[in-house]
Write a protein that binds this ligand. Structure first.
Ligand SMILES: [Zn+2]
Ligand SMILES: [Zn+2]
Length: 418
């Protein structure tokens, strides 16, 4: 029979790898809780219109990378390309603003993007994200950024640099868009096809086009920070003073606009060199118009996202992969066929007491059973034979140092001795 392989851009997390994921996820959950964020879970697919409106129909994410299709009921569906729009949809649909503001949530969930697979950027990848609704004040920005900084520090990713920018509000962007349009119009011939289509509709998107030619042109484009209105400038200054007060250092990066349309004011990225070229390990920003644009109340919001696969690759490059191999505590071998039913009952009783116990279920010889116990890394082993059963005593062997201790043949006694 011909083999079926996993779709391009997807990856299995194998049993020997999954422990690192579990430990990392546990750390992320604990940290989020410490900062007052509670978990939210939402569906993997949504109405495609959510992302057209929520992420922006002129973004790369929606124009080129979205997994969308018509379902059997002819509904236009998309696999979620990013988490924020889904959280906002749920926030509005469930009137979460009524639960007390600010409302702070986090999620660990898969995202889907049809792009060229590369290290840490799969077509199905996983993201840890946080979102905070209901505060327009710069202290909320500082809180979210400090959560990101704490996360990276506690994981031991210490070579990161925080890049910070303000991309302004609707008002200050009017002047900026006009200036960008004027600048890019003079290079119209050189820009890629997509950027040409963006020139009139959304010239800011040209700043994060992945084409090298467009990138080169964008380098000398006007900077948003020269166009900020008074209130956006004040917000940005206040955020910087909050960050200064807790010793979070940053580099101002006036070309940082992030790849999604919904950002207003603060945008930030933590960049690390651990994976070779400088790359973003965590990034986000403020999105004050997003809730309203998706049919909700006027509601400021902000958040960040961070790819789990990239985090794990970065940790691996630093030699800090979360480690904690799970191994059975005791392997119960049986020397003869009559002992098999005793082993069966003993393993069942040990498991009921909360002990990870294993035994052979394939009919192996005693020698092969012990070899298997070593292979799976069991900490202790017991061999049951006629003598052990008639005397009610067993030898408990520490598989690591070979030490043997005698104990009663009962689940309670074994539990007490391991
Ligand atoms: Zn403004
Ligand atoms: Zn382009």
């Amino acid at each position: 029979m011909e083999k079926i392989t996993a779709p391009r851009g997807t990856k299995d997390v194998l049993p020997e790898e999954v422990r690192a994921w579990q430990i990392l996820e546990e750390k992320l959950r604990n940290l989020a809780h410490r900062f007052g964020f509670r978990e939210i879970r939402f569906p993997t697919f949504e109405d495609a219109a959510l992302f057209d409106r929520g992420v922006g129909e002129t973004t790369d994410v929606v124009q080129k990378e979205m997994y969308d299709f018509y379902d059997k009921g002819d509904r236009h569906i998309a696999l979620r390309p990013e988490g924020t729009a889904s959280v906002v949809r749920s926030f509005i649909e469930n009137s979460l603003h009524a639960k007390g503001l600010p409302l702070k949530v986090y999620y660990i969930a898969p995202n889907f993007r049809y792009e060229k697979p590369q290290a840490g950027r799969l077509r199905e990848h996983h993201q840890f994200g946080v979102e905070c609704f209901g505060s327009a004040d710069a202290s909320a920005d500082a809180e979210v950024i400090s959560l990101g900084a704490t996360l990276l520090r506690e994981l031991g990713i210490t070579d990161t640099e925080l890049h910070l920018n303000s991309c302004g509000c609707k008002e200050c962007r009017k002047g900026y868009h006009a200036a960008l349009k004027e600048y890019f119009s003079t290079k119209k011939e050189e820009l890629c096809e997509t950027c040409n289509s963006r020139l009139d509709r959304n010239p800011m998107r040209i700043l994060d086009c992945k084409s090298d030619i467009c990138k080169g042109i964008a380098k000398d484009a006007p900077k948003i920070t020269d166009f900020l209105c008074d209130s956006c400038k004040a917000h940005f200054d206040k955020l910087r003073s909050y960050l200064d007060a807790i010793g979070i250092t940053y580099t101002l990066d006036p070309m940082l606009v992030r790849g999604l349309d919904y950002y207003t004011n603060t945008v930030f990225e933590f960049v690390s060199g651990s994976l070779g070229a400088q790359s973003t390990v965590l990034g986000g920003g403020r999105y004050n118009g997003l809730v309203e644009s998706l049919g909700g109340p006027e509601m400021p919001g902000l958040g960040f996202g961070c790819g789990i696969e990239r985090l794990l690759l970065t940790l691996e490059a630093l030699g800090k992969t979360p480690d904690g191999k799970l191994v059975p505590e005791v392997f119960v071998a049986h020397a003869e066929a009559q002992a098999e039913s005793v082993a069966h009952k003993l393993v069942y009783d040990l498991r009921a007491l909360g002990v990870w116990a294993e035994r052979d279920t394939t009919g192996r010889s005693l020698k092969a059973q012990m070899k298997y116990a070593g292979k799976i890394g069991a900490k202790y082993s017991v061999v049951l034979g006629g003598n052990e059963i008639s005397e009610g005593k067993i030898n408990l062997k520490n598989m690591e140092n070979g030490e043997i201790s005698e104990c009663e043949l009962s689940a309670d006694a074994i539990k007490a001795n391991i």
